[in-house]
Design a protein around this ligand. Structure first.
Ligand code: ATP
Ligand code: MG
Length: 489
């Protein structure tokens, strides 16, 4: 018997992976083992041993990793277990009883056994023998309505006794179904669309269009990071940011307002299609849900797809979901708070949006767009590894002026007098700053009265290697931010 000081886990794989043909199954199990190992190491543990035992996965680690492992796609259930290599039925029953006495003490109990492999006894034999040994310690056997269940898996020569277990997310191991690019705003829908697609075995990367406020982009990245850290195991997800602000400007100049949303959407598809083709993705994913927004009517979706010849299939896992269902999952995945911070960027069509675009009407408008602007935006794309990058890394280098204060920023106050009102915990007055002591791995935001002195300082700091920003609008913006922060408290 192996000593029990390291945590043992038994992973039940989702039924679909087990039912695969003998040719496909090893690929699924290998992917699952890779992803579980990644989850363990991200949770700060080390895999001591991982092996397949009769279609289950036995994992030995040096740390408590049950929560991380329970988020690996392709897992039906993961349990912390005691393991025993038994000699015969009575040896097995004695071991089960010895390790379950305290659990059944004074309670009505049942022993449930599952068995796989060749043995001279049945699962019922094991349950009966162990039950008989445990009965004197309990308040009786109750198979229909037990207060506590002693659960055992017998797999070959080993027995696993469950201590506790957590349900996994199901689905297929991430990676077995190829790679997809998710059109990612970071709002409520696109992260859930990404999650559902990843759950079906697809490696997800994020494609974000910068449409206006950089705060949206900053927050979109933080949502992608949380989703990746918690759920996307076995690979390193990428975040691609494309600055579409000039494209939005072009749309506003050339397109009548009721068509702007659909034209923007068509150009997003077009850009995504080009990137997917260039980088070899298998599909494009969006968070569209039928009729949820005026740009997402069936007629608009159909017209856009006819006008833009997208190179890859477009997957829309949320097409038939109600908003409440999406929000509910967003809460359960712990993304709600972060997603609700993503400001909806598009003020390009303030009201009445066309809901039944025809192919003719849309293509006429698309012809008026100077496609070189889209090409230019594609060329200047920013690509980072989500797990390694910080949110400010997806803000274009040329943006020195910003309208918000990043949550991890060091704020330097260059106002003539402290007019207060900055909605941040600590501010360093310019006169007291020692730049030798300011860490370069955090963004620095300078605030002044009008936004011009802060701009000059930010530029100088950039030359010294700081990721420095000037708060556009100075004291006036401080006031607006303070009011906004009070309103959301
Ligand atoms: P979401 O909650 O994902 O923002 P939404 O309900 O706000 O969706 P739209 O803004 O119409 O709806 O967007 C529909 C889909 O288009 C999004 O789910 C996403 O896939 C894509 N999308 C929208 N904005 C962006 C963006 N800035 N960058 C990348 N994709 C986007
Ligand atoms: Mg949105």
């Amino acid at each position: 018997m192996r000593c029990q000081h390291l945590p043992d886990y038994l992973v039940t794989v989702s039924g679909e992976s087990i039912l695969k043909s003998s040719r496909t199954r090893p690929k699924f199990f290998n992917a699952l083992i890779r992803n579980i190992s990644d989850a363990v190491s991200r949770a700060g543990g080390k895999v001591v041993n991982i092996s397949v035992v009769e279609a289950k996965i036995h994992l030995v680690t040096d740390a408590n990793v049950i929560n991380a492992v329970s988020r690996v796609f392709g897992i039906y259930r993961v349990g912390r277990v005691l393991v025993y290599e038994f000699r015969d039925l009575s040896d097995l029953a004695r071991w089960i009883a010895e390790n379950s006495k305290e659990v059944v003490m004074g309670r009505r109990f049942a022993v449930r056994v599952k068995r796989s492999g060749v043995h001279s006894f049945t699962s019922i034999d094991v349950a009966r023998e162990a039950g008989a040994l445990l009965k004197p310690f309990s308040s009786g056997v109750d198979l229909d309505n037990p207060e506590v269940v002693v659960e055992v898996e017998v797999r070959g020569s080993k027995a696993f006794l469950y201590r506790d277990s957590v349900k996994g997310p199901g689905g297929l191991p991430t990676g077995v179904e190829g790679r997809a690019l998710t059109l990612f705003s970071g709002g409520f829908d696109s992260p859930i669309a990404a999650w559902y697609t990843a759950r079906r075995g697809v490696e997800i990367d994020f494609l974000h269009f910068i449409l206006g406020p950089l705060e949206s982009t900053y927050n979109a990245f933080t949502v992608a990071k949380k989703l990746s850290l918690d759920w996307l195991y076995g690979y390193k997800p990428k975040f691609i940011a494309i600055d579409f602000r000039d494209v939005v400007k072009e749309i506003v100049e050339k397109v009548d307002w009721s068509y702007r949303q659909v034209v923007l959407r068509a150009l997003m598809y077009l850009a995504a299609s080009k990137i997917a083709e260039e980088l070899g993705y298998d599909a494009i994913v969006t968070g569209e849900s039928l009729g949820q927004a005026s740009s997402q009517t069936l007629k608009n979706i159909a017209a856009i797809e006819s006008c833009v010849k997208v190179s890859k299939p477009i997957l829309r896992p949320l097409i038939s979901f109600d908003k409440e269902e999406i929000i509910d999952l967003s809460r359960r995945l712990g993304l709600y708070e972060l997603s609700s911070k993503v400001v909806e960027a598009c003020a390009i069509a303030p009201s009445k949006v066309v809901t039944a675009t025809t192919v003719d009407a849309l293509s006429k408008r698309l012809e008026s767009i100077d496609m070189r602007i889209v090409e230019e935006a594609l060329k200047k794309r920013i690509v980072v590894s989500v797990l390694d990058a910080r949110p400010e890394d997806v803000i274009p280098e040329t943006d020195i002026e910003i309208d918000f204060i990043p949550s991890n920023a060091i704020v330097i106050d260059a106002r003539k007098e402290d007019t207060g009102g900055l909605p941040v915990e600590s501010v360093i007055p310019l006169s007291k700053v020692d730049f030798n002591n300011i860490p370069q791995d955090r963004p620095v935001v300078i605030v002044c009265d009008t936004g011009s002195l802060s701009y000059v300082i930010a530029k100088e700091l950039r030359e010294k290697g700081f990721k420095a920003y000037s708060l556009r609008g100075g004291a006036k913006t401080c006031k607006t931010l303070a009011e906004k922060s009070r309103a959301t408290q």
